[in-house]
Design a protein around this ligand. Sequence first.
Ligand code: SF4
Ligand code: SF4
Ligand code: SF4
Length: 582
Amino acid sequence: MDNMITLTIDGVSVEVPQGTNVLEAARKAGVHIPTLCYLKDINEIGACRMCVVDTGARALQAACVLPATNGMVVKTNTPAIRKYRKTLLELVLSAHDQKCLSCIRSTNCELQRLCRELGVENGDAFKGVQNEYAIDDVSPAIVRDNNKCIVCRRCVAVCQKVQKVGVIGPVMRGFKTAIESPWGLKLNDMACINCGQCITACPVGALHEKDDTAKVWAALQDPSKHVVVQPAPAVRAALGEEFGIPMGTSVTGKMVSAMKRLGFDKVFDTDFGADLTILEEANELVERVTNGGVLPMITSCSPGWIKFCETYYPDFIPNLSSCKSPHEMVGAMVKSYYADKAGIDAKDIVVVSVMPCTAKKFEAARPELGHNGLADVDIVITTRELARMIKEAGINFNLLPDGDFDSLMGESTGASVIFGATGGVMEAALRTAYETITGETLEKVDFEAVRGTAGIKEATIKAGDLDVSVAVCSSTGKAAEVLDAVRRGEKNYTFIEVMACPGGCVNGGGQPIVDADTRASVDVRAVRASALYGEDAGKPIRKSHENPEIKQIYADFLGKPGSHRSHELLHTTYQKREKYTD
Ligand code: SF4
Ligand code: SF4
Ligand code: SF4
């Protein structure tokens, strides 16, 4: 290939495309250069200078912003470089609180790991300016602790460039530099969409989810409470990583057993709620298409996306499906249908959702998501929080046998499992909408065109005489691009799926954190999604409307999709939001 160049790194000759930086060239040569601020394709700013290399130039240069050139000779591991990196780490530590023992990221912290690998033993080598920052924990979803921040700016890049939100950025200079919201406002006073993508980008413990595990323990220990738990589809695709199980392994059965061992009274499945969502959403789509409703219809199961739309694209609120998200539907059904069947007062039921998502914490507190003065969902914990509870309880996750969900709301189809991957909601809806529109059986249920990790996917699906033009957006940044094109009249769709997180919920802000080195070599989104598509392919029933428990709930309780009772319990409303609330 014409545009290939060859360079030598630590004596290893490597060929790379022109435009490659030295850091990536080194990775290709099998040479590991340590980094802190670098996040491939997202944050390539050479700020932390951990990745310095020697090219024979007068000064050491940061490899992440140094273009590889033909014939270049690079050294990455000289005594001078090792000393430089150690000194850098000692300087970082001089402004760091170093409370590793009580830190949420201990053993999964890139700074801690680098100190260990580079032999930094003395955290007090320099007496730096030790700023004391107040912890910002007002948000229902995100906690910011600047005492642990190393100012790498990875969170800033994700929030601005990937999510196109931009509510955090650097302020001040030198040792006083800190990541803040404008005018020192709390994150909760800004139009932060609670997606948590900044948390999964952060190399240290400066950003984490609001920990709600104490509330769950309290409910489990209260004999007057009947505690029901439900895990989202994407949780089973990643929970195993917290216990050393390879990425991409579905751990559904072990997860259910762990929940039973923790003491939950019932283990229902949010996948059941995903099937219910599809029945309601496909019906809504068909109604809008046949009766001249507002199009394109846009999915509503990602609360990060909903807040983004309400704040930045309020003119699209009428386009949003009125369906609640799957776990909210399950919560509403638990406190009505299940409460009646089990003879339990809904006031005594606590619904706990285990989600791959931090934004679900915000969503559960929305006042419109409830009935008879009761919230549909009482507590939301993330995949990471569930893993901590399992560890705290001393449960040996890897040795657990496979358990089964409880009946009534434990049955699910292949369509619901793929909700956790970008394109999954669209595919599940198309499987049902096709049969609703045509009255024919859909023989081939795999809609490959909407699968994969591309930020924007488009397809036109033929359903009888109707051409259904669809778009799938993963990340709010990509949603903004598509909505701008719709606004300009350049694009015309029938149905749009938006997931706030890149790759969908498998890569949500509440999922196990994967370090930057691994992220550079593994497509986390695709590997985790493969676990869900594998489950889908192995399910005996792969269309939501064929789920026997879904048929039962409509026969017994809801009537039909879009019924008065469905609207009362399963649908919601949205509100225009301001960008600042202070
Ligand atoms: S962020 Fe890392 S280095 Fe800092 S206290 Fe936490 S575990 Fe330790
Ligand atoms: S949660 Fe999302 S929107 Fe809020 S600061 Fe983090 S990346 Fe930005
Ligand atoms: S909060 Fe985390 S990601 Fe953001 S600048 Fe600080 S250390 Fe980096």
